[in-house]
Every structure is written in C-alpha cells, then in structure tokens.
Design a protein around this ligand. Structure first.
Ligand code: SAM
Ligand code: SF4
Length: 344
C-alpha cells in the first residue's frame, strides 16, 4: 500500500440515490486500498470516478456533462486524468456505452464487492445496503433493467457490518435497498429486529413498498423505540387509474388504510414519500387526487420527481409523455408548497 503523502489522487462524483452514495463509500475504500486518497476537486485528481444515475434523463445528462468537461480540460492542459464510469449507466449499457463517449474506463458496480469495508461519508448515520436490484417493474422505472433482479445480502454479513459501524462510533444506521421491506423474501422483520436489539439510537430504512408493509413489521416497529418514527413510504400517485398504469399494486384507499393502521399502532409515527409528477395521462383531476391524499396523510417530506420517459420501460413504449413541462413544474410547485415548504 502507498505511504501517506505519496498517494495517488482520486475524485468520486456520485449522482442519484442513497444506494449510489453507499456504493461510493465502498468505491472510495477500494481506491484507498489501491493507494489513492480522495480529492475535493476533480481537477486535482489522477482518476475521476463517475457513479452515474439514470432514473431521469436530467441525471444521465449530468454524468455526460461532467465527462465532457473533464475531457475538454485534459485536452486543454495535457493532464492525464483517467475517467472511470460506474453505476446504473454501466449496468444498463455495459461496454457499449464507451462508443458514445470520450475515452473512459468502465467499472461495473458488481466488481465493488460487499466484502470491501466502506470509507463512510457521514459521521452520523452509517448506510448499510441490505439488498440491491428490483423485481417490481413499475412501468416508468429503469432500475430493474439497470440494477437487475433483487438480491439480498446474507443476514450475518449485514449484522457484522452493523457491528463494525457501532465499533467505529456510529449510533445510527440506515438499512438501504430499492425495496428494503421485501428483503430475503419476507425476512425483513427478522433482520430489523436483530438490528434493533443492538446498541443503536436510531435505525431507519429506505425505501419501503406499501404492499410489503406487513402487520408483523408494524408490530416490530412499535416494539423497538430505536426504530425511526419517520417512515419513508413511496406513494408515487394518489389516483387509482394512474397507479394502475404505473403497475403499482395498491389504490389510494389502500395506501391511506395502511398509513392509518401504522398510526394506530406506532406512537408518534410520521411519514415521508416519493411522488412522480406528470405521469402520462395524469389529468388535472388525477393530480388533484394526489393532492387530496397528500393532505390526508400530512407527509413531513416528499421527494418530488417530474416524469421523464426512460427508453426500454413499459410506460415509454406505451404512452406519450403528454403532460407539458410547464404543467409538471406547476404541479411540482403545488406539492412543494403543500409538503416541503413547512421545512424551510
Ligand atoms: N423503490 C422506490 C419506490 O418504489 O419508490 C424508489 C426507487 S426509485 C429509483 C426513486 C424514485 O425515482 C422513485 O420514487 C420515482 O419517483 C423516481 N423515478 C423513477 N423513475 C422515474 C422516471 N422515469 N421519471 C422520473 N422519476 C422517476
Ligand atoms: Fe423502480 Fe418500482 Fe422498483 Fe422502486 S419498486 S425501484 S420505483 S421498479
């Protein structure tokens, strides 16, 4: 291993979700083990890692923008900066992506094993991936194509990582996965209980599918006071027709019933959510149903995403992106005022 001060320099840019953030913590450890230290600015680096996201076109474009900027800079300065592309863009396009881009190397994220001990970003809550991939195929979502089918990590491996986080001073953990509560085909409750018994002040988990939120899980949340009372429960839409077209297996009524059931069993519970704005065919009335449901639930926080058609997904094949951009923005502002403005 290289001696401190003689280390080569790496810069890691992370786009997208908390899963990518967790992957980047292992990427940083992988490069540290190869003798690299992290730089705060890509211009100072020998290697720039781009951990990409493709959930929306805008996120994908940001990765291309950065690659092009670095390429221009290395041509202008003759600096030999190596660009390494990883994340969902590679998961989807594989080696083919190279043809479209300035010289880059490809690093499939599967090469960054869970055995690598992450160099964590946050000092407060340790991110612990428990599963990756997704089997749900919501009609708008590219994740199942980019990350593949759902794979759960072994429970012992997860618990060992939690123990190491505690030993290194963490009092909070966040269990993460695209569908955290479908972990191990019905074994999420057991896992959560084992983690909750440890010496931790707070355990959070993201993201939960409403349809995998069992009574047993609600019971365990109620039992263990160190399980976070802010539950993230993606809604996406409050209109039944739109939910059906999204291939989300619940109705607005069912979602509300679930929220009410959790409220009746877990003292002090609050909710946050994800909403997809302007899905094809989302009329003013359909959007109004989402607003109504949001008011009834009283979310504390919402991640508001404007629909972006993703090539290869069912919704991009079947439906025209027919809600104008300005209208998506208007709807975004409406929900932001309603839910998130309270925060500022
Ligand atoms: N598994 C979680 C769920 O079921 O909500 C979230 C994972 S998903 C990658 C994160 C968020 O990205 C989703 O909640 C959705 O709102 C958003 N998203 C997914 N596909 C999108 C698209 N085509 N356009 C805009 N936002 C999208
Ligand atoms: Fe995408 Fe749906 Fe899977 Fe979430 S549950 S990652 S939105 S396909």
């Amino acid at each position: 291993m290289a001696v401190a001060g003689k280390r080569k320099k790496v810069y890691i840019e992370t786009f997208g979700c908390i899963q990518n953030k967790a992957d980047s913590e292992r990427i940083r450890a992988f490069y540290w083990n190869k003798g690299y230290e992290q730089m705060p600015d890509w211009k100072e680096a020998d290697v720039v890692i781009i951990n990409s996201c493709i959930v929306r076109q805008s996120a994908e474009n940001r990765a291309y923008g950065l690659i092009n900027n670095i390429d221009k800079y290395r041509k202008a300065t003759n600096k030999k900066i190596k660009i390494v592309l990883t994340g969902c863009l590679v998961g989807l396009a594989g080696e083919k992506i190279i043809e479209k881009l300035p010289p880059v190397e490809i690093l499939p994220i599967t090469k960054i094993s869970y055995q690598i001990k992450p160099l964590r970003d946050k000092k407060q809550a340790a991110l612990i991936p428990i599963s990756s991939g997704c089997d749900n195929f919501c009609s708008y979502c590219i994740v199942p194509y980019a990350r593949g089918r759902e794979r759960s990590r072994k429970k012992e491996e997860i618990l060992a990582e939690v123990d190491r986080a505690i030993e290194s001073g963490f009092s909070e953990v966040i269990l993460i996965g695209q569908n955290v509560n479908s972990y191990g085909k019905g074994r999420f409750t057991d896992l959560l209980e084992s983690v909750a018994k440890k010496d931790l002040e707070k355990i959070s988990f993201v993201s939960s599918n409403p349809w995998d939120f069992s009574d047993k899980l609600i019971g365990k949340i109620a039992k263990y006071k160190n399980v976070d009372r802010l539950i993230h429960l993606p809604l996406q839409s409050g209109d039944d027709e739109i939910l059906k077209k999204m291939n989300r297996p619940y109705t607005a009524k069912k979602y509300l019933r679930l929220v009410e059931k959790i409220r009746s069993k877990v003292d002090g519970v609050r909710f946050s959510t994800d909403i997809l704005i302007g899905f094809p065919g989302e009329s003013r009335k359909a959007f109004g149903n989402t607003v109504k449901l949001c008011k009834r639930v009283g979310f504390e926080l919402a991640y508001l995403n404007k629909y972006s058609p993703r090539k290869g997904t069912v919704s991009a094949k079947l439906y025209a992106d027919d809600v104008p951009w300005k209208e998506k923005q208007r709807r975004w502002r409406r929900l932001n005022e309603l839910i998130n403005k309270k925060l500022s």
